[in-house]
Design a binder for this molecule. Structure first.
Ligand SMILES: [Zn+2]
Length: 78
């Protein structure tokens, strides 16, 4: 796994993740917790879902993927 805040390229299900807005392929990433007050209300807190949020470095569009679904690699230096 690459360091947090490092610029990465990402793959999921064998395909490179491309930005849905600008078509860019480089992202900053961070882990996010998905559980909320609502999920605790329904007893799902123990599930404690985590996701990885990718933010396109060109346009800022964000995409979320389930933890473990992504293959993150350091982006080639420009
Ligand atoms: Zn973009």
């Amino acid at each position: 796994m690459v360091d947090k805040d490092e610029i990465v390229i990402a793959g999921a299900a064998g395909r490179q993740v491309m930005c849905g807005h600008c078509g860019g392929d480089q992202y900053r990433w961070r882990r996010v917790l998905l559980n909320s007050g609502t999920s605790e209300l329904f007893g799902f807190a123990a599930f404690n879902p985590e996701a990885v949020a990718l933010t396109c470095i060109r346009c800022g569009k964000m995409a979320e993927f389930a933890d473990g679904a992504l293959d993150l690699r350091s982006a080639p230096q420009q």
